[in-house]
Design a protein around this ligand. Structure first.
Ligand code: AMP
Ligand code: ZN
Length: 114
């Protein structure tokens, strides 16, 4: 989608600090980090919200989550812990409508989130 900021990052039309990429997944640093490690892990394919994830896309989302787990390990967070969050729709805090998982770590988090 040409007007989607994350599609534009995927296509390298706008800059981002890319941490990881493969043929289906891209991960880059969040512009407004909320933790010492704050990386967004996204599918290359434009899917607006998690509501578009049916059984047909379970494999793709598995790859996104698996990439996030690998990045967390690379960042030394596997034992200390991290949070992997996907907001679905505006009421949950979603502001960019291209599915993304926030990988956050390097500090303690509270529960429930605000
Ligand atoms: P959400 O509110 O869950 O949709 O998360 C969207 C996230 O995207 C926010 O944490 C923003 O800081 C981040 N963000 C928005 N634009 C960019 C960008 N161009 N590069 C990196 N992160 C971005
Ligand atoms: Zn997109």
């Amino acid at each position: 989608m040409s007007d989607c900021v994350f599609c534009r990052i995927v296509k390298k039309e706008i800059p981002a600090n890319v941490i990881y990429e493969d043929d289906e997944v891209v991960a880059f640093e969040d512009l407004n980090p909320q933790a010492p490690v704050h990386i967004l892990v996204i599918p290359r394919a434009h899917l607006a919200t998690l509501n578009e994830v049916g059984e047909d896309r379970a494999g793709l989302i598995g790859k996104v989550v698996s990439a996030a787990v690998g990045i967390a390990a690379d960042k030394g967070l596997a034992e200390s812990g991290y949070r992997l969050v996907a907001n679905c729709q505006a009421a949950a805090g979603q502001s960019v409508f291209h599915i993304h998982f926030h990988l956050m770590g390097g500090r303690n988090f509270t529960w429930p989130p605000g």
